[in-house]
Write a protein that binds this ligand. Sequence first.
Ligand SMILES: [Zn+2]
Length: 334
Amino acid sequence: MENLGTPLLDRAPKAINWYAVVSSQESIVPYMMDNGLLKKEMTCTHCASDMNLCKRKDISDSLQWKCPACLLTSSIRRSSIFEKSKLPLRKLMELVYYFGIDLQIYEVEKLSDISHVSVIEWFDQFRIVCKESLTNDPVLLGSNSEHLIEIDESLFGKKRKYHRGTGKQDTWVFGMVEKGSRKVILQIVEKRDRKTLLPIIQENVAEGAHINSDCWAAYNTLEKEGFVHKTVNHSKEFKAQDGTCTNEIEGIWGLAKLKIKSMKGKSKLPLRKLMELVYYFGIDLQIYEVEKLSDISHVSVIEWFEQFRIVCKESLTNDPVLLGSNSEHLIEID
Ligand SMILES: [Zn+2]
């Protein structure tokens, strides 16, 4: 089940290609094997010989494993998350696809004719697989030396004039983006000093990676820590003479703030909580997980997520040009 985490989302093929894959049993099985959804090799439980893949017209999967020594057979689903399912592989792959393109349960239910409970159970299963893969194999930015990392901090929210003393209204968020791969890590930080930011960079960015940032003093030692570090002085220019810029991470700030702005005035939640919700929404957590993590009620989480989805949809449908209108700003939605 390795390589099934975020890459599952990244690798979700275009619908047109997907149809080609799921339209026949001959293409589904190799696809599932190549992508770690079914085992590519099987060992006989009886005599430990390597088993062979054999055609079988009388079974629904149309293939099975067969031991050349003792003739024991076993399902191609053995040792996969689909082992206990009676759904055809085509249906299961339909679910994987809907999961990959981030459809909501009620939408999947309608499109697939699979029951509400069953969709929830499968999506839970897929999430477990993704989590395992992300835990065992955490996202490391810059491991491919061709990918440039941009880092930046941004202040979310303003101190309000009233409600003084009721707590901090502003929140620093530290962001790291790997250009060209859509991998983004955002983290709420208490301070934006070196002591806070450096360990986060060291934990999430591969040693020796190329990092672009502004001239914030906390980044001064990055070269010394083994990174290739270039800066752009934002008090002077958006792009340094050598081309160094931080446009991609700034685009992400813009998008995140757009979401927050659309929510202003509607919420009694502290901005910090709202940012937490935006973050959970962004990393695609499910309602019940967000509920647990944030201590925000089920209904409230659902309402906010609905709100975020509307904002995303609106910004995509009404203003598709706006996002890319400034050629300096490469904005990725992720
Ligand atoms: Zn055997």
